[in-house]
Structures are given as structure tokens and as C-alpha cells.
Design a protein around this ligand. Sequence first.
Ligand code: GDP
Length: 483
Amino acid sequence: RSSRFTNTRIPKDKLLGGLISPGFDENSCLSRYKSNLYRKTSPHKPSAFLISKLRNYENLHKHCGPNTESYNKALKQLISGNVSSSGECKYIVWIAYSGLGNRILSMTSAFLYALLTNRVLLIDQKPEMADLFCEPFPNSSWLLPMDFPSRDQFNDFDQHFAQSYGNMLKYDGIDTSSEELSVSYVYLHLAHDSDNHDNLFFCDNDQIFLRKIPWLFLKTDNYFVPALFRIPFFREVLSQLFPNKETVFHHLGRYLFHPTNEVWGLITRYYQAYLAKANEKIGIQIRVFNTLTTPSQLVMDQILSCTLNENLLPEVDRLKILPAEDQAKNRVSKAVLITSLYSKYFENMKDMYRKHPTVTGEVIGIYQPSHEEHQKTEDNLHNMKAWAEMNLLSMCDVLITSAWSTFGYVAQGLAGIRPWVLYRIENRKAPDTACGQVMSMEPCFHSPPIHKCKAKTLYEDNSAILPYYIRHCEDVRRGLKLF
Ligand code: GDP
């Protein structure tokens, strides 16, 4: 394995402990080998087994990727429906769905599933995702070709689609143990509205059946990795891949998602202008899901209560006013990077720290790269800004994130940081505690299956009987995350 890689001149840490392949042209994707210069050094090393699994996957992807002989053969199987001879390459096609944070987490889940099942991951990225990510696998592409035959049909894929795995089980009563049964594809609906039949995907027997199917199509807005750890079939290999289970997204996210040069330009220019010189960088990600039920004054109070109580930012002396000349010349010691769709939190904090001196004498700079006002998932430039901001947050030393937000999960995972999470404001009422530091940097799986597989009874989800490495999330009570 190593002979191909030992001659390289790229220093080891640039490759994140061997996580990233050295086989790329550096200039075509500057961030791939440079992000580590901006982020805190990760104390978490990828396992040798994970590294070898990734190198093997890269070879498989190169062999089976778009427009290879094997790919064309598999495509014929899909079109003809004739799967009598088993092809050498099998695929999982990820179909873009939901906001960018959700997409990044669900792509990661799909990739881990591909690693576990020797499938090749292909991405159906809609136009709004163009130019966000570099290709992650050397000498190949993970993009589903534009002329892929049933692409138009992807819009029909939802909970009611007849050839979804759940509906095949529910209405067709298919016998998954039958040797006879062979279909060329199955649609997997693993989203927030999946039902118990869809969720049988997370069971051993069903995995044995799905192994035979050449094409799987997947729509999900979930980080379903914790549920893969509950499938006995995968548990052992997952433990070997990730001896420290808190690092699944941290490693796979840093492996897969590299901003394109265009986005990298946005990131580095902003970083150099506002963040680079500060002694400490604090990222505050403010996600308000419903402006009607979440009054902005409550949010503002909650943020300040969190930063003060947790000693993340100093208090100001409101009785003193800083002279204008001092405001301009003082060197920033702490830079606060705010990300939000709205500008009012930024305005409020900026005014506070500009006008008044801090009780500690520290100078606090407040910055916000954009305020888009609305979520515009189908807008490419909007997504570029969102992706740039997730990366800027991942370059901070301390993070404060918002409950329920996958945007924040991506930032914390790429950073390798356990953030303080601002607990959810419900029914216009502030939570008892403003925020708390999470116990694991892993993202939360918001809607995990609740049925046990064979028994078709409910999981007893009481924390005391969950496996020691799975816990309910701090921000989403019924959610599950790895520790
Ligand atoms: P979630 O809804 O918080 O779980 O995160 P998602 O990323 O899946 O969806 C929210 C989307 O709203 C983002 O992808 C952006 O398009 C937009 N958005 C939300 N918060 C911000 C922000 O702080 N900055 C920017 N630029 N966009 C945001």
C-alpha cells in the first residue's frame, strides 16, 4: 500500500495523518492540502484501518466510476432490469435533498454505507450545488453523469414511491429471503418522514437482501450513521474503523468536503481580513427556525447569558463610553465570527463592544460575513456563502451553535470541537439554561428508527440501556448521537 505514497514530498500533516490521498493536483483544489493550516490541529488520528479502507475505496471508485466499462455494464443492468449475472460494481446514488448542512451530513452517511458495503457512491447534485466541493476521489468523479437514464424520475422519489424499499415490503409483501427475487434497483427513503417499513433498512436481514441489488437510490436529510452502529452486521467493522466513535464525521467530513478554489477564495480573504490577527476566535452560529415563535430579544439575551456565564466573552462596563479614537486604534484580542441569516444579533453585539470598554480590558471585534435574510436552498451563490461560513466557523477556537441545526454540526465536526449549544427556545419561552457544552462533537441523528428489527417491537430507548457509545442528543431529545 505505502510504496505508491512514500515518494511524495507532501509533509505528513498536510495529509491529515494519512486521511487524504496525496495523489491530487494541488492547484486544482487549494483547500485540500491547506485547510489544516487554518484549523486547529486535530488531536484525533484516523485509524490505519480507516486509511486502508479509504485507499481501497478510491481504487474501487476509479474502477467503477462514471463512464468506465464496469459502469456501462451496470447501467445496462439498470435499464434492462436483467440482473441474472451479478455485475462487479454496485452503486448507491445520493440524491440532493434539503438544506446544505443536511446534505453534507447525509452524503457522509451514504459514503460510510458505501464503504461498509463495497458500493460506489455517486452524487446527484442539483445545479445549486455546482462549484461547492472539489472531487474527493483521485482520478475519477463522484458526480452522477448528466445523461443518467432515469434522472427525471428522481423527483418522484418520496415516501409514496412504489419501488421504495418500505413500500415493496408493505404493499408487495416481497420475501427478502427469496433467492429468486431480483430487481435492478431499489429506492431508499430514509428521511424525517420515513415509516417503520422504510426503516427496516437498518436491520441485518434486510441488509443481506439489499447486498444483491446493483443500484440503490437514496434520499435522506438525516445523519443516519448512529443507526449503522446498531446493525450487528456492521458493528465490528465500524468499531475497527473508528475506535473513537466521536470522530466519524470529523474524519469523513475532512476527507470528503474540500471547498473549491472559488469558495476557498471567499474563505481565506475573509479570514485574513478579520480573523487572522486575533488571539482567540469565537464562532457563534445563530439559527432561528421560526422567527414568529422565537423573539429576537430572547435569542440575544440567551447568547449574552451563554457567553458571560461560560466565560467565553467578557462583560462590558455600560457606564463608560469608549472615545471614538480608541475604538479605531485598539488591537482586537478576541474576534467573534457571527453567522446568521439575520444581521440584528451582529449589530447588537458590535454596538455593545464598540461603545463600551470590557471589564477585562480585552478588545472584542465582531464580524459577520453575510446576512441572507432567507434560506435559498436552490441558489448556487447562496450555498457558496453558506459553505464558506461553515468553514470559517470550523477555523475558530471556540464554538457556540444552535440547537437542531445541521449547519452547526458540520462546523463543529470539521473543527473537531465540542461546542456550547444554545438550547431551543420553545413557545416564546427561554430555556432554563442558556447553553451547555456537548459531550461529543458528532452530529445528531434527528429521527432514528424506533422499532427493533425482527421483533417489530419498540426500542427501549432509555439512556441506561443504549450501547455505551450511543446517547440521546443534548439538543434533540429523541435524537441519537455517537460518543
Ligand atoms: P439547518 O436547517 O440549520 O439544519 O441547516 P441547513 O444548512 O441544512 O439549512 C439551512 C440553510 O439556510 C443553509 O444551508 C443556508 O442556505 C441557510 N442558512 C442558515 N443559516 C445561515 C447562516 O448563518 N449563513 C448563511 N450564509 N446561510 C445560512
